[in-house]
Design a protein around this ligand. Structure first.
Ligand SMILES: Cc1cc2nc3c(=O)[nH]c(=O)nc-3n(C[C@H](O)[C@H](O)[C@H](O)COP(=O)(O)OP(=O)(O)OC[C@H]3O[C@@H](n4cnc5c(N)ncnc54)[C@H](O)[C@@H]3O)c2cc1C
Length: 570
């Protein structure tokens, strides 16, 4: 279940792709932990890593969609191997994942474009080992991308001059093509939006500074009368806005896998440290609270992996008629990454001082894990999105809609580049979530959680949020946390069935979910705007998980079995 670089697995990938993953692991292990930590501490730009990926052609093969791959079967957009690379690169540090991630984002508007010359150029530059950037955010506007101040003014010919600044733009120091979002002067509303490709080496592109303290270069840049030719335009009008959102749809999925990779490495270090430490004549892993912390964090991490791996199937089988991925994708971004924070929090309480040490990976993990819920749309923004699906998901399931088959075979996920307008979310239908629970009715905490999910439906029927509450995002965020647990549980169970997951660990996962549900019910109870009927429901929803001593011992033994299994080479 937990990535071990000594035996990385990924058996579902093509041999050539597995080799690329193994070569990446070997590169990090050969360079070693001392160099990894030195580079992190000194904020050293990772040109050695980028040279490695260029020589292996990893970004070129993994990030060129088939339509622009010149018939090379290895160049395709295959979400399975992209997720594998996200997990492995983040296992060694978020910085190594981030440069790949913002390359993916930068490529989104290009490969979604009908501008063939730009696509051909991007494919050529990728083949040459170049990196890319996505210039959406601006200093003054944050999530409000409607208010862009990057302005394209018509020049005397058929082109424009771009003026304005961008902020928080990863790879903006070296990217061969920066996809920049802006608007055409004098064109009001959505018709004025434009995406164009800029070159970070052009003299009219001023690289102002790195705005973060890290190995990553998260740039502020300014364009000063930057010449934009018609051939640089990737999208215009509402299509430019859709390209921004659809690119983030592709990119934000990877954040969940980054979180998983970070947690896996941190878990190896934590269990190995705790299991070899004796205090008061006792092994640290024999303290009851430490055993609980490991069983819970392992269960949370296993749940993150089950959910995210199943979500890949929904991403890969998506089509204009099946857009269920639009719920499971923000959950991979928001829920999996916040669960990652909880895993690290729990492990850090066990690691204690060791988690601060300069030669531990953990010290990086504790810092980096915080970024993921905040990037590419905050938890709030993603929760607002998830809530749009709640009525159709809970009250209007389509019994004819079967869960997708597993999508493990190599392929090109071309639909992601033609997702179309981001409208009509509330009309998206889902299968009946209860079907995923049925095969596990005998697992005690799965059954108990199913009762809670049914009771949540009753809350929405008997004490539905009133008009004021429906505008109160603070209230809705807590309601959203309760709702989120249901689709999260659904995909965990779907995947558990597909991979024949051990029932004891599944029971432990649902033990955690029952406790989480109760905790969110308490939160709802405490909301100033909660009505008396809602508070009554919340009190009734507080539920104890079904306790199982043997099951707990067996899950803990599984985690403890990881002790000493893997340590990064020095
Ligand atoms: C390390 C790093 C790397 C980044 N890389 C890139 C990159 O390569 N390219 C790029 O374009 N951007 C990048 N970003 C920007 C990132 O995507 C933004 O941080 C994000 O869009 C949110 O903007 P903000 O942080 O300014 O928050 P703000 O938008 O200022 O939000 C402030 C608060 O308001 C809330 N809020 C805002 N809008 C809503 C809403 N509609 N509903 C509910 N709540 C809302 C937020 O949740 C938050 O709590 C990066 C940021 C960082 C820190």
């Amino acid at each position: 279940m937990i990535l071990d670089p000594n035996a990385p697995g990924f058996d579902h990938l093509e041999p050539r792709d597995r080799e690329a993953i193994e070569a990446t692991i070997a590169w990090f292990e050969d360079r070693g932990k001392v160099a990894l930590k030195d580079a992190d501490r000194e904020h050293r730009w990772y040109s050695d890593y980028l040279a490695f990926q260029a020589s292996e052609g990893i970004f070129a093969r993994f990030l060129t969609p088939a339509r622009d791959g010149g018939g090379d079967p290895e160049r395709r957009w295959d979400t399975q191997r992209i997720c594998a690379f996200s997990e492995v690169s983040a296992f060694y540090g978020l910085a190594y994942w981030y440069t790949w991630q913002v390359t993916i984002l930068g490529l989104g508007p290009i490969f979604m474009s009908e501008n063939e010359a730009a696509r051909e150029r991007a494919a050529r530059l990728l083949a040459g080992g170049e990196i890319f950037a996505f210039g959406l955010s601006e200093r003054a506007h944050g999530a409000d991308i409607y208010s862009t101040d990057m302005v394209l003014t018509p020049d005397s010919g058929d082109g424009w001059r771009a003026n304005g600044g961008k902020y928080y733009i990863g790879n903006g120091n070296e990217a061969a093509m920066v996809s920049v979002f802006g608007r055409i002067e004098g064109v009001e509303g959505a018709d004025g939006y434009a995406f164009f490709a800029a070159d970070s080496r052009h003299p009219d592109y001023e690289l102002v500074r790195n705005v973060v303290n890290s190995q990553n270069y998260v740039s502020q840049f300014e364009l000063h009368d930057y010449p934009v030719e018609p051939g640089d335009i990737l999208h215009r009008g509402p299509a430019a806005f859709d390209a921004a959102l659809n690119t983030v749809n592709i990119g934000k999925f990877n954040l969940g896998f980054a979180s998983i990779g970070i947690c896996e490495h941190a878990l190896h270090e934590s269990i190995t440290h705790a299991d070899s430490r004796i205090l008061y004549g006792m092994r640290v892993t024999d303290f009851p609270h430490v055993r609980q912390a490991f069983a819970d964090s392992y269960a949370r991490l296993a749940a993150m992996k089950l959910f995210a791996n199943r979500a890949i199937d929904y991403m890969r089988t998506a089509s204009p008629d099946d857009r269920r991925y639009l719920l499971f994708n923000p959950l991979t971004k928001m829920k999996v990454t916040t669960e990652g924070e909880r895993v690290i929090d729990e492990l850090w309480d066990v690691m204690a001082a060791k988690g601060f040490e300069r030669d531990m990976f953990f010290e990086m993990a504790a810092k980096d894990i915080r970024g993921l819920p905040k990037l590419e749309g905050t938890v709030h923004v993603n929760m607002a999105l998830v809530l749009k699906f709640m009525p159709a998901y809970l009250f209007d399931p389509d019994p004819g809609l079967a869960p997708p088959e597993r999508a493990l075979a190599p392929g090109d996920d071309e639909f992601l580049f033609r997702q179309g307008p981001a409208r009509g979310l509330s009309r998206i239908r889902f299968g009946d979530w209860r079907a995923a629970f049925e095969p596990f009715a005998t697992v005690p905490n799965v059954a108990r959680f199913a009762e809670l999910a049914e009771s949540f439906k009753r809350l929405l029927i008997d004490a539905a949020p009133d008009a004021e509450q429906q505008k109160d995002l603070d209230y809705l965020l807590t309601l959203g946390e309760l709702f989120t647990l249901i689709p999260y549980a659904q995909l965990i169970l779907e995947q558990a069935k597909l991979v024949d997951f051990p029932a004891d660990t599944l029971d432990q996962i649902f033990d955690v979910l029952v406790r989480d549900f109760s905790a969110y019910a308490v939160e709802l109870h405490g909301k100033t705007s909660a009505t008396a009927a809602q508070a009554d429901w919340a009190r009734g929803a507080i539920t104890r998980p079904v306790v199982g001593g043997e099951r707990f011992d067996s899950v803990f033994a599984t985690v403890r079995g990881l002790a000493g299994q893997y340590e990064m080479r020095r």
